[in-house]
Design a protein around this ligand. Structure first.
Ligand SMILES: Nc1ncnc2c1ncn2[C@@H]1O[C@H](COP(=O)(O)OP(=O)(O)OP(=O)(O)O)[C@@H](O)[C@H]1O
Ligand SMILES: *[C@@H]1O[C@H](CO)[C@@H](O)[C@H](O)[C@H]1NC(C)=O
Ligand SMILES: *[C@@H]1O[C@H](CO)[C@@H](O)[C@H](O)[C@H]1NC(C)=O
Ligand SMILES: *[C@@H]1O[C@H](CO)[C@@H](O)[C@H](O)[C@H]1NC(C)=O
Ligand SMILES: *[C@@H]1O[C@H](CO)[C@@H](O)[C@H](O)[C@H]1NC(C)=O
Ligand SMILES: [Mg+2]
Length: 578
């Protein structure tokens, strides 16, 4: 599906944006990608992504997104009129590692008020889509909705339910199902790096990693997740995944959390909470200020760092702890004594304490990468491509370079935009990723004839005088298995079990185990349900479908045809949110 225009939405934990490019430009210069510039009023930050904050009024009607929402909410808070509004920030993490996710899932806002998560996510996608149409009207004149392929990015470490949730959120705002692609964030970043202009075929070129046969690791360090994939360049220039996508939730916001914990350690959790809810405006401004300071922290830093702390925080402290003062609160804690001073609205921190705010996330990332390099297939990977906004932090860069002295660590220009721009490239040419590695073992739950030599007695059931074994995990693909993109991994024939049934259905399971026997084993999870529609019952029991399942795409795809007529398509539904 070659579209005239590819538009991508990078829905990040902390920052989001969109970008697009025309097919005719792409063929001449793949990096000719347009993106909107967003301006934050506070601090006059200009960037190609805006903050992932969304505001709804008291009737749950969408009001604003991004820096605009942040400012509006802050102003409402100043007038103490924010209580009935719904304000969501950093809510993408809700979809990370969420078990039993459903379409009806609720999301809690800043004040614990609930709203349907689907509505929140789809409003954001709808806003970015409409924003592109209105802001880029001139560039897009003559373009129709149907000329566009949309790409939505998700972390590669997300499970299939979360990916489906994002897809449905996008379809709700009018993005046509067959015009929508899901791209995996580190893969998109990998494609972006591949297209960097500096890529030359010389030994010392930075991007010499993109020669055939080369292997490299892409580490997408975002605000929420650290998302890792390992690629090998094939002879025809496509990329093959070498190890299943992996990572964790140790992104840049962990640093913000460390900072908040440090403050709470001094003034108390109750004071921090009261400050955050009563002095909303000050609190938000304080966090924005930290975000700016955070970017200036580097390993060689030796001077004290000064943070401007709202006076209302000290006031809250005095109200809650009458008679105490902040000086004694600090000196009474040996770890802060002589390392931290707090006078008036100035908090001054020793370089060591400030740098230590990065320790937890950097350590977790480094430890994880060390584990990863122990795998035989990853061992000889010699380059690490560091992308994502957090990759721009000198603290993280140095931590990784120090820990992996024998590896080449590359941080491309615009590391924070690699995912967004790479998603556009992916939309033009998804086949650039030619093989992936299965993240789980996938299969369906079935029954088979009972064999006392191998089956557990407890699994025996008797039907129509036959002994059957229930809960069998019928494996389709195994974790770690290399699967080729563009071809189905499983072809199977299924028949109806009842002459009157109008569908054939299966539970789909995943397992972390290579060879699970039963769907009830530890590590197995019911992922969802597959339905094959068989509405015409005239042939009774003599009905069935020939089913193809593809596990090598960014989403699981199931197609089916009638067992007696390959021209007759059987409609299928894969539901991971039921
Ligand atoms: N120069 C910098 N120094 C330190 N941290 C930075 C810098 N630039 C960005 N960050 C941090 O990087 C994070 C944002 O990165 P990015 O925009 O890639 O995340 P995201 O796409 O919103 O999140 P995710 O991919 O996890 O959903 C924030 O925590 C931000 O504070
Ligand atoms: C490439 O590296 C070699 C030594 O490894 C050096 O002599 C040469 O000048 C370098 N070339 C460029 C263009 O930097
Ligand atoms: C590139 O090569 C790989 C490995 O040989 C193959 O699987 C893939 O289909 C090829 N892709 C293209 C676009 O030629
Ligand atoms: C039950 O078993 C009998 C004999 O084995 C067989 O003829 C019949 O078709 C079976 N019925 C069903 C519903 O499987
Ligand atoms: C499924 O049935 C078709 C004919 O309907 C046959 O050609 C094919 O080999 C069967 N596949 C399997 C896996 O049994
Ligand atoms: Mg990101």
């Amino acid at each position: 599906m070659s579209s005239i225009l590819v538009a991508a939405i990078d829905f990040g934990t902390t920052f989001s944006g969109y970008a697009f490019s025309f097919l005719h430009d792409y063929t001449k210069d793949p990096l000719k990608i347009s993106a909107n510039t967003w301006t934050a009023g506070v601090g006059n930050l200009v960037s190609l992504k805006t903050s992932t904050c969304v505001l709804f009024d008291s009737t749950q009607t969408f009001h604003s997104f991004g820096y605009e929402a942040e400012e509006k909410y802050s102003n409402l808070a100043l007038d103490d009129e924010h209580h009935d509004w719904y304000y969501f920030k950093r809510f993408k993490m809700m979809l990370y590692n969420k078990m039993g996710l459903t379409r009806e899932a609720l999301l809690e806002d800043e004040k614990g008020k609930q709203m349907e998560a689907m509505k929140v996510f789809s409003s954001v996608i709808g806003y970015l889509k409409d924003h592109m149409w209105t802001t880029c009207e001139n560039q897009l004149s003559g373009i129709q909705d149907s000329d566009i392929t949309w790409v939505l990015t998700v972390p590669a470490i997300w499970n299939d339910s979360s990916k489906q949730f994002m897809r449905e959120a996008a379809e709700k705002v009018g993005i046509c199902a067959n015009k929508l692609m899901i791209a995996l964030e580190p893969e998109a970043a990998s494609l972006y790096c591949m297209h960097q202009p500096i890529q030359k075929d010389t030994e010392n070129s930075t991007f010499g990693v993109f020669k055939s046969g080369q292997k490299y690791m892409v580490v997408d360090a975002g605000g929420g997740t650290i998302d890792i994939t390992v690629h090998e360049v094939q002879e025809n220039g496509t990329l093959k995944e070498l190890h299943k996508a992996n990572g964790g939730d140790w992104g840049g916001t962990k640093v913000d959390e460390s900072f908040k914990s440090l403050l709470a350690d001094i003034v108390g959790n109750d004071v921090m909470e009261a400050f955050g809810s009563i002095h909303k405006y000050d609190f938000l401004e304080f966090l924005t200020d930290f975000e700016v300071k955070k970017r200036t922290i580097h390993p060689k830093l030796a001077e004290k760092v000064t943070f401007k702390v709202p006076i209302s925080l000290l006031e809250t402290y005095r109200e809650t702890n009458p008679g105490n003062n902040i000086k004694t609160a600090i000196t009474s804690k040996s770890k802060y004594k002589n390392k931290l001073t707090w006078t008036g609205d100035k908090l001054r921190m020793d370089a060591e304490i400030t740098k230590a705010l990065f320790d937890e996330s950097c350590k977790k990332i480094v430890d994880h990468l060390k584990q990863l390099f122990r795998h035989s297939i990853v061992k000889d990977v010699s380059s690490i491509l560091l992308v994502g906004g957090f990759a721009e932090s000198p603290m993280l860069q140095v931590a990784i370079k120090e820990a992996f002295k024998n590896k080449k660590v590359i941080v491309p220009q615009d590391a924070g935009l690699a995912v967004l721009k790479g998603a556009v490239l992916y939309g033009h040419k998804p086949k650039t990723i030619s093989a992936r590695v299965c993240k789980y073992t996938y299969g369906v739950g079935t029954t088979m004839n009972f064999d006392s030599a191998i089956h557990l007695k407890s699994k025996k059931i008797i039907k129509n005088d036959t002994e059957l074994c229930s809960d069998i995990f019928s494996i389709h693909v195994s974790v770690g298995q290399l699967v080729k993109v563009g071809e189905p991994q499983v072809s199977q024939n299924y028949t109806v079990i009842n002459p009157k049934s109008t569908s054939i259905g299966f539970n789909i399971y995943t397992s972390n185990d290579k060879e699970p026997t039963y769907t009830t084993e530890e590590g197995c999870t019911r992922l969802g349900y597959l339905t094959l529609d068989m509405p015409d019952t005239t042939k009774g029991m003599d009905r069935g479908a020939s089913v193809h399942m593809t596990f090598s795409g960014t989403e699981i795809v199931v197609t089916a045809v009638d067992k007696d007529d390959p021209e007759k398509i059987v409609s299928t539904t894969v539901d991971f949110l039921g």
